[in-house]
Each structure stands twice: as structure tokens, then as C-alpha cells.
Design a protein around this ligand. Structure first.
Ligand SMILES: NC(=O)c1ccc[n+]([C@@H]2O[C@H](COP(=O)([O-])OP(=O)(O)OC[C@H]3O[C@@H](n4cnc5c(N)ncnc54)[C@H](OP(=O)(O)O)[C@@H]3O)[C@@H](O)[C@H]2O)c1
Length: 252
């Protein structure tokens, strides 16, 4: 995990988020954790939500216990209801949680893939439904999609459909929930535990090899995707937007 001070030196941070409260569902790892690092650096109040308590505790330790943690599952309505039980607790919600199951269409049944649709489509819908009446005025929700929408890989058909669905939902939610703002960060090839698992447990050298075949010659850093989410939270005239942080993956 990166040191917060090193990140602050590399990326411009939206200081407008200082003192604001942000819930990150999927905050114990990867892009969500990187967002938490940036937000803590700015002086925001951060709550991390995810399923596994040990990973949440580890993430909080890496952030010098400057964050709150709560166990929740975007597929479990009761835990989502508990997250949003208190009115006006959060200014912003960033959701990175979700499954990415895949496999060849000839040998992969619907039951295997259902978690991808359930977590991303119904997870997005339920978070929006529950959060909307409870967020502070001027608040926002930010979700995540993938360049699979335009550049699918073999074996991710349902993942591509889920991500396209999230983008469609976000645009419709932005219309329906205004003046709350709803946006999505479309990422690709960001170096996180999920990416490494997707490539069969890739090590640093293998990640570098994957990156060497990309337009910018490297994979992205988690904080590079996370900073786009902070942009969506902090810019009060951005809603219904898809902010792309894919290193040009969808161009080639
Ligand atoms: N890495 C990329 O290149 C990339 C590109 C585009 C889009 N994305 C998307 O970005 C999201 C985050 O990816 P990442 O690479 O940051 O993955 P990651 O490092 O594996 O982190 C995923 C986080 O989400 C939590 N989570 C997973 N399922 C959850 C659920 N059902 N309910 C609540 N929390 C859950 C995980 O903790 P627990 O497992 O403990 O719950 C963890 O905190 C994913 O939806 C992924 O599809 C990633």
C-alpha cells in the first residue's frame, strides 16, 4: 500500500473535500482504498465499508486509524440499510464493490455469472435508492465501470454487460435524483489485487509485461483511478458523467 504523503506529491488533490464525509463501499482494497488514502490526506472524514473485517482492519491500520470501518455487502440489503440509517451522515458515496466473474460462454452457466450482475446492477440501484434521501445537500454518488463497455476481452461478456448497465443507470439516476449528483469512473488496467487475480495471480514482473503492451506502456496506479472519483465528488457541476481513466485502453 502506498504512503499517503508520496501520493499527495504526485496528484493534485481537491481541497474542497476537506472536512466532508465520504463513505467508500469497497474501501478496503484497490481503487477504493486509494481513494481513502487521498481523502485522508486532504482532511476528509472517511468511512470504509466492505465484507471482510480483517481486510477493513488492515486498511484502517495503514491509514493510521484515521477512518471508520463498517462491514457491509452490496448484495445484502440489510447491511446497506444499516449504512444509510442515519440522515445526513455522508456528503459523498463512492462504490467500487462488485464481482467480476467470467468464463467462456460455452462452459459458464448463469449461476456462476449472476453475482456480477447482482453486485453491480442491483448493488448500484440499492445504494442509490437508500443513499439518495440520506445524503447531505450538495452531495454525490460515484460508481465504477470498465472499458470492457467498448473493449471487451474474451470471457467477460457478462462483465461488459454489467458495466454498460452501470453507466446507463448512472445517467438515469443523475436525471432522477438531481440536485444530488451521480457519476461513474470508467477505468481499465489499474494495478490492484483484483487485476492481479484476473491475470492469474500476476507478480510485479508480469504486471509490467501486461503494461508494456498498453498505449502508455504501463498499467495505471490505483490512485490515478481514485483521483477521478475525487474530481466527481468535488466538482459541483459534474453529474451524469463518465470520467474515463483507462490509459487509452479503449483507443487501441
Ligand atoms: N482494477 C481495474 O483495472 C479495474 C478497472 C475497471 C473497473 N474496476 C472495478 O473497480 C472495482 C474495484 O476494483 P479493484 O481493482 O479496486 O478491486 P479490489 O482491489 O479487489 O477491491 C475490491 C473492494 O471491494 C470490496 N468488495 C467486493 N465485493 C464487495 C461486496 N459485494 N460488498 C462490499 N464490498 C465488496 C472488497 O472487499 P471485500 O472482498 O472484503 O468485500 C474490496 O474492498 C471493481 O468493481 C472492478 O470491477 C477495476
Amino acid at each position: 500500500m502506498n504512503e499517503p504523503t508520496a501520493i499527495a506529491a504526485r496528484l493534485p488533490l481537491p481541497q474542497a473535500l476537506a472536512g466532508q464525509s465520504v463513505l467508500i463501499i469497497g474501501g478496503s482494497s484497490g481503487i477504493g482504498f486509494a481513494a481513502a488514502q487521498l481523502l485522508v490526506e486532504i482532511g476528509a472524514h472517511v468511512t470504509l465499508a466492505a465484507r471482510e473485517g480483517d481486510r477493513l482492519a488492515s486498511a484502517a491500520t495503514h491509514l493510521n486509524r484515521q477512518v471508520q470501518t463498517v462491514q457491509a455487502d452490496v448484495g445484502d440489503l440489510a447491511t446497506l440499510q444499516a449504512l444509510f440509517a442515519k440522515p445526513a451522515q455522508y456528503d459523498h458515496v463512492f462504490v467500487t464493490a462488485g464481482a467480476l466473474a467470467g468464463g467462456p460462454i460455452g462452459s459458464t452457466d448463469v449461476a456462476t455469472l449472476r453475482s456480477t450482475i447482482d453486485s453491480h446492477i442491483w448493488g448500484t440501484y440499492e445504494v442509490a435508492r437508500l443513499a439518495a434521501p440520506q445524503l447531505q445537500a450538495g452531495g454525490s454518488m460515484t460508481f465504477i465501470s470498465n472499458s470492457f463497455v467498448y473493449r471487451p476481452l474474451q470471457g467477460v461478456a457478462v462483465g461488459a454487460a454489467a458495466m454498460a448497465g452501470v453507466e446507463g443507470l448512472v445517467r438515469a439516476l443523475a436525471l432522477e435524483l438531481a440536485p444530488l449528483r451521480v457519476n461513474v469512473v470508467r477505468a481499465a488496467n489499474i494495478d490492484t489485487p483484483m487485476l492481479r487475480a484476473f491475470y492469474g495471480g500476476a507478480n510485479d514482473a508480469q504486471v509490467a509485461t501486461i503494461g508494456s503492451g498498453l498505449l502508455l506502456g504501463r498499467v495505471g496506479r490505483a490512485e490515478e483511478a481514485a483521483s477521478a472519483a475525487l474530481f466527481c465528488m468535488s466538482n459541483p457541476y459534474v453529474t451524469g458523467s463518465v470520467v474515463v481513466v483507462d490509459g487509452g485502453t479503449s483507443l487501441v
